[in-house]
Design a protein around this ligand. Structure first.
Ligand code: ZN
Length: 503
C-alpha cells in the first residue's frame, strides 16, 4: 500500500479514490500465481474482496485520491489536489489543459501510463462553477470522460439467443466463441433488435468483430462474412406464444403477444416489488417465482390478497412462520405509497423513474387527478422531458389496462407529494443550503433536503462562497463545515430558524 501511516497534519476530511495495481506489479504477481489474472482490474478487485489488509500489502495494492468529498475546498481542483498531496496522500495523476479537448487527448497514449487506464477525465478547475452545473440523474455535468478507441476482436457467431423481457419485447443476444476482451472472457453481446441483425446480415458461423463499448458492455462491431442466414423465431422462447414484429422509430422489434407470458409476469412482478417501485422489502425474485408457481399470484393485485394462503405458506419448505409474517407485514406497509412509485411500478414501456416523478410532481401526487387525466387521453408531452413517443406509450398503456390499474390503486393510500408547495408564497429559489450536525424536527437530512427543494431551494454537500445558509443546531461546533461557514461569512441558522423562514 502506498498510503501514509499518518497524515502530515490532522484533518477531518473525506476522500474519494480508487485502488489499483500497476502494470509492472501485476506482471510480477501474475508470474507467481498458478491461476493468473487477465487484467490488473480483476486482480485489484479480487484482492479487495478478500478484506485482508495483509494480502492488500502483499499484492502491493495502491490507492489514489481523485476527489475530496468533504472537509476541504480551495475553490479549484488543482488547489484541492495540492492540499491532498500536502497531507502525504497519493493523488491521481493530473495536469492542467487548455483548448481543444480532442487535441489534448491525442497527446496521451494509454501505453505510457504506469497504471492501467481506459481513458481520461476532463473536469473544470473552478469547482464552484463545476458544482453550479449540477447533474443529471446519471452523472455530474462538470466532467467529461474520453475513452481510447476500442480494440476490435474477431470471433465466430455460434448462436442467436432470444430472451423475452417484462414488457414482452424479445431481445436478441449474439452468442460467440469466447473472446478475451481486455481481461474479461466474453461469449455474449446484445444485438438490440431485429433491424440491427438485418443490418449486420448475420448468420450462424459468421466471423464477427466484437469490442467493449466504453470498456464495459460488449458489442458487435461488424460482420465480416455476411451470410445473412439468420432466422426470426416464430414463437416466444418463454411461453411458446405468438410473436409479432413492431416498428418503433424505424427499428423493427419482436414482441410476445401472450399477456400471460411467464417471462413478462415474473419480471413485471419483481419490478413491481422492487425498491424504487412499490418497495416490498424482502420479496426476492425466488419468492415471486414461488408465488407464481403456486398459482397465488398472477397479477399485481394478487400480492395484496396473499393473507388467505398464510396457513399453507408457512408449511412450505424455505419459508417459516417468521419469514411469512414478516413478508405479509412488509406487503401491508407498501400500501402507503406515492404516485411516482405507483406509476413506475406499472412497467409502462419507456416510463422510468424520472418520468414517473415528473408526472407525480406535476400533479402533486394526486392519484385521482392523475387517473382522470390519463383515461381522458391527457397530453403528457406538455410536461418537461416528455416526448411524443413517451406520451403515446402512456396513452396506449391505459387504453388496454385502465380497469385493473384502478382496482390496484384502490389498495393504496397515496401520500401527497411534499413538492406540493405551489400555494405557499415562500420561495427559496436561488438560495443554497448546507445541512450539518444532528436534526431535531426532521428524521434525517434527506427529509429536510426534500422540503428545501420543494420551495425551489438548493442543498449542497459542502460549504462554499455560493452557500447562503448553513443549517446547524450547534453553532459552536468545531466541525469543518462550521469553520468554513465562519470564514466565508455564511449565515448559520438552526433548524428552528429555518422553519420560521418558511412559515
Ligand atoms: Zn411469451
Amino acid at each position: 500500500m502506498n498510503l501514509p501511516v499518518k497524515l502530515r497534519e490532522p484533518a477531518n476530511i473525506t476522500f474519494r479514490g480508487e485502488c489499483v495495481i500497476p502494470w509492472d506489479t501485476f506482471e510480477e504477481i501474475n508470474s507467481e500465481l498458478e491461476e493468473t489474472y487477465s487484467h490488473p482490474r480483476n486482480l485489484a478487485a479480487g484482492t479487495l474482496r478478500q478484506l485482508d489488509a495483509n494480502i492488500a500489502i502483499e499484492r502491493k495494492l495502491e490507492y489514489y485520491v481523485f476527489d475530496i468529498v468533504d472537509g476541504f475546498e480551495s475553490g479549484n481542483l488543482i488547489g484541492n489536489y495540492a492540499y491532498v498531496a500536502d497531507l502525504d496522500m497519493p493523488v491521481v495523476e493530473h495536469c492542467m489543459v487548455r483548448g481543444n479537448l480532442k487535441e489534448c487527448f491525442s497527446k496521451f497514449n494509454p501505453e505510457n501510463f504506469r497504471l492501467p487506464v481506459d481513458g481520461l477525465i476532463y473536469r473544470y478547475d473552478d469547482t464552484g462553477y463545476g458544482k453550479s452545473l449540477g447533474a443529471t440523474s446519471h452523472h455530474p455535468l462538470d466532467m467529461l470522460a474520453l475513452k481510447w478507441q476500442d480494440q476490435l476482436y474477431e470471433t465466430k457467431l455460434t448462436d442467436i439467443e432470444w430472451n423475452t423481457s417484462k414488457t414482452g419485447l424479445i431481445n436478441p443476444v449474439a452468442i460467440f466463441e469466447p473472446v478475451d476482451l481486455d481481461g474479461a472472457i466474453t461469449t455474449r453481446a446484445t444485438l438490440h433488435n431485429v433491424s440491427y441483425i438485418e443490418d449486420l446480415e448475420l448468420g450462424i458461423g459468421d466471423t464477427i468483430q466484437i469490442y467493449r463499448s466504453n470498456m464495459v458492455i460488449p458489442k458487435v462491431h461488424a460482420n465480416l462474412t455476411k451470410s445473412n442466414t439468420w432466422m426470426i423465431p416464430d414463437k416466444c422462447p418463454c411461453c411458446g406464444g405468438m410473436v409479432e414484429i413492431h416498428n418503433e422509430n424505424g427499428s423493427k422489434t419482436l414482441h410476445c403477444c401472450n399477456n400471460g407470458c411467464g417471462a413478462k409476469l415474473l419480471s413485471r412482478i419483481v419490478h413491481f416489488c422492487s425498491k424504487n417501485a412499490i418497495n416490498i422489502e424482502e420479496m426476492s425474485e425466488a419468492t415471486v417465482e414461488f408465488l407464481i408457481n403456486k398459482g397465488w399470484v398472477s397479477n399485481f393485485k394478487d400480492i395484496y390478497d396473499l393473507k388467505q394462503y398464510t396457513g399453507e405458506w408457512i408449511r412450505c419448505s424455505g419459508f417459516g412462520k417468521k419469514s411469512v409474517y414478516k413478508l405479509l407485514d412488509n406487503i401491508e406497509k407498501s400500501k402507503n405509497t406515492t404516485l411516482d412509485r405507483f406509476i413506475y411500478s406499472l412497467s409502462v414501456p419507456l416510463i422510468g423513474r424520472t418520468a414517473s416523478k415528473t408526472i407525480s410532481k406535476y400533479l402533486s401526487g394526486d392519484f385521482e387527478d392523475f387517473y382522470d387525466k390519463w383515461i381522458n387521453n391527457y397530453n403528457w408531452a406538455l410536461l418537461d422531458d416528455f416526448g411524443a413517443i413517451m406520451n403515446d406509450s402512456m396513452n396506449n398503456f391505459v387504453r388496454h389496462n385502465f380497469l385493473w390499474v384502478k382496482e390496484l390503486a384502490d389498495e393504496f393510500t397515496f401520500e401527497r407529494q411534499k413538492e406540493n408547495n405551489k400555494n405557499s408564497n415562500v420561495d427559496l429559489s436561488g438560495k443554497t443550503f448546507v445541512i450539518t450536525g444532528s436534526l431535531n424536527t426532521f428524521g434525517n437530512r434527506d427529509e429536510l433536503k426534500e422540503l428545501i427543494e420543494s420551495f425551489s431551494g438548493k442543498v449542497s454537500g459542502s460549504v462554499s462562497a455560493k452557500t447562503n445558509y448553513l443549517i446547524n443546531n450547534d453553532n459552536l461546533s468545531s466541525s469543518s463545515k462550521n469553520k468554513k461557514a465562519n470564514e466565508l461569512k455564511v449565515t448559520i441558522i438552526s433548524e428552528e430558524e429555518f422553519l420560521h423562514m418558511i412559515k
